[in-house]
Design a protein around this ligand. Structure first.
Ligand code: PLP
Length: 418
């Protein structure tokens, strides 16, 4: 391999057919943003959209905007825009609530389906390295149901197959691991779950908009995910829910709020679920935040996941190679799989002083983040990250490590949010 240079990266940027998409984002000067896996950057259109929602739709339209501005149908309309990114059909997805809340709903629905098929199935299988909220929600639901449900955790994806059995109700896994960036084989694991009579719930928080996902082809049963990471919906923007069409009518809503009611404005005293995806809704949605989700989704309409995936792998390959060749004399350990088929759109390196190294990088304008234990996480968003930025970020990392500047006391102080 020829030695990589900054000129080489500049040439990659010149040849990048997705280069123009960066102009759709407002990124501050002097910052290399490698944390789109935690909070996506702001689409330029979001400021104008927010102003219009607040001043015109809310300010002028007032209550009329539920009808005239399409607020009431917004969860379904956005769901339809998001659907192609995850291999879902039209009228199969809604944007609503949070990932934690949507997981509670689909897990409850899945357990209910299983209880009607085979009441002996009481176990939810997941990974101990799954994002904590997923595990906490499953624990909370099992406690609430008080019927002997339990969570069985395995310590690595290789152990999933052996953990599935006649007692398994649901396999609940995250497609791309938030910490390691490892991607699981959705079709294979779903087939394994089905072969054992279990249903498969997939968390797409680090996949939606980051890697090609085909829920239908994988035969998945339920999926949830957030819109504020790779989809650039804005801080705390609402999440999404998908249910396989064959399970939709059996979807039992544990949070049976009025938005999921068959006739929300009939104001009936008894709950009756709406038909179709609207039954995944609970109550009134944060419309100002939800409206901004569209700005992120509209950018995806200008490209396709295959092109984004190709660039994402090029970016992560380049980052891994540069860190290993230029910072290889430091105790950095790659914990993200090298194999393309097992990698999402982020790269994680463990370092004994991972927190301080990341704090120092952020201070120098290279924004990634930190996850326990010792892990420096770098997210690569092919919509706006350039190859030259990858080069420049590694040069800053090299300087931080070579100079030992991260040992400075101010980089040891933990912020509330890491
Ligand atoms: C980011 C993330 C969440 C976040 O859930 P919220 O309800 O939005 O806080 C959940 N699960 C996974 C796997 C995540 O990566």
């Amino acid at each position: 391999m020829t030695t990589l240079t900054r000129e080489h990266c500049l040439a990659l940027d010149r040849d990048d057919t997705l280069r123009h998409l960066r102009e759709q984002f407002a990124l501050p000067e002097g910052v290399i943003y490698l944390d789109g896996n935690s909070l996506g950057a702001r689409p330029r259109a979001a400021a104008e959209r927010a102003a219009a929602v607040v001043a015109e739709e809310w300010g002028d339209g007032l209550i009329r905007s539920w009808n005239s501005a399409g607020w009431f149908e917004l969860p379904q309309r956005l769901g339809n825009k998001l659907a192609p990114l995850v291999g879902a059909g039209q009228d199969e997805v809604v944007v609503t609530d949070t990932t934690s809340i949507n997981l509670f709903k689909v897990l409850a629905a899945a357990l209910r389906v299983q209880a009607s098929r085979d009441p002996a199935r009481k176990v939810i299988v997941s990974e101990s390295s799954n994002f904590p909220t997923d595990l906490y929600i499953a624990q909370g639901l099992a406690d609430l149901l008080q019927q002997g449900y339990s969570l069985k955790l395995v310590d690595s994806p290789e152990q999933i197959e052996a953990a599935l059995g006649a007692d398994t109700a649901v396999l609940m896994v995250t497609h791309v691991n938030y910490k390691t960036g490892e991607m699981l084989d959705m079709a294979r694991l779903t087939a394994l779950a089905h072969a054992k009579g279990a249903l498969a719930v997939w968390d797409l928080c680090h996949s939606a908009g980051a890697v090609p996902v085909d829920l239908a082809a994988a035969g998945a049963d339920y999926a949830i995910g957030c819109t504020y990471k790779y989809l650039n919906g804005g801080p705390g923007s609402p999440a999404f829910v998908w249910v396989a069409p064959g399970l939709r009518d059996a979807f039992w809503q544990p949070l049976s709020g009025w938005w999921g009611h068959a006739a929300p404005f009939a104001m009936e005293p008894g709950y009756r679920p709406r038909s179709g995806v609207a039954r995944y809704l609970c109550g009134t949605q944060p419309i100002t935040s939800m409206a901004l989700v569209e700005c992120g989704l509209d950018i995806y309409a200008q490209t396709d996941m295959q092109a984004l995936r190709a660039k994402s792998l090029q970016l992560t390959d380049l980052f891994i190679t540069l860190v290993e060749t230029r910072c290889g004399h430091h105790p950095l350990e790659l914990i993200t799989p090298r194999e393309h088929g097992r990698r999402g759109s982020q790269v994680s390196f463990a370092h004994p002083d991972g927190y301080a190294v990341m704090a120092n990088l952020i201070d120098r304008g290279v924004i990634g983040d930190y996850r326990e234990p010792r892990i420096a996480r770098f997210g690569f968003t092919p919509l706006y990250t350039s190859f030259t930025e990858v080069w420049d970020a590694v040069e800053v990392l090299r300087d931080v490590l070579d100079s030992g500047s991260y040992r400075d006391a101010r980089f040891q102080i933990r912020s509330t949010v890491t």
